[in-house]
Design a protein around this ligand. Sequence first.
Ligand code: GLN
Length: 294
Amino acid sequence: MIMTLTIEEALRRASFCFKEAGLDNRRSEAELLMMHVLNCSRLDLVLSGQAILPEEKQEEFQGLVRRRRLGEPVAYLVRSKYFYGRPFRVNRSVLIPRPETELIIDASVEWAKGNQFVEGAGITALDLGTGSGCLAITLAAELPQASVYGVDVSRRALAVAAENAALLVSDNQPNWLEGTFSEALKSLEPAVRFNLVVANPPYLTKADMDQLSDSVKKYEPCLALYGGEDGLDAYRCILQELPLHLESPGAVLFEIGAGQAEAVRKLIVETAAFKSVTFKEDLGGWPRVAEALF
Ligand code: GLN
């Protein structure tokens, strides 16, 4: 027999259980799981705290709380994560969008405005390693006149990206290309050139991988995280091919890992294809996005 609980009581029990498991953001994570189970908004949740939680909902909620306690990320449990104000579908084939990656969108929109690409007209944008599609789709939505391409080597990731695009953008659907960076670029007509290139490639080093929390290491795709011994393999690979596919004036925006700024600057400068390299800082004050202009 299951005990009758109000929604508020169930939330408190879940927060307590998360506390015992040493998790952060306990209350907000419990609320996200409950909103998912009840298919309701946060406001509905606040208003209905004293209502009885139906038995089958209680079982479902407890099942999710158990999985969370064992380390599964909330975003995978509720199959959704907000990025730049839009809810993206996610599953274990794609990296969960991170708030710091939104800096790439800010920088892209700023660059587009600064170069008089009104609503993105005249921009052909490329997102390398698109995953959930969060960068490609947000660019397509924020710059509705831009033409956007998203590349991923994972067919499953591209299926998620295509699903997100169908849900989140009405008419400016990105073009999806399956393959490695170089296969995808080679598959394009020679006439297709890009003036905005973004990427949040895998950039964690071997040492970073060893230190990852279990909830990232056990659940998120290694393919989207591990960038080789020094974390820089993806940048090397992208920069080798990319200069042939650019049309100036343009910008390349890469997310980078902690302490990688100087090494990434060096790789960019070595191509001799760019006019300048600068870095945008995240909220913690760390260089997080490399911006190379050409
Ligand atoms: N920011 C991610 C993390 O710290 C890494 C993402 C990536 O490698 N692109 O888990």
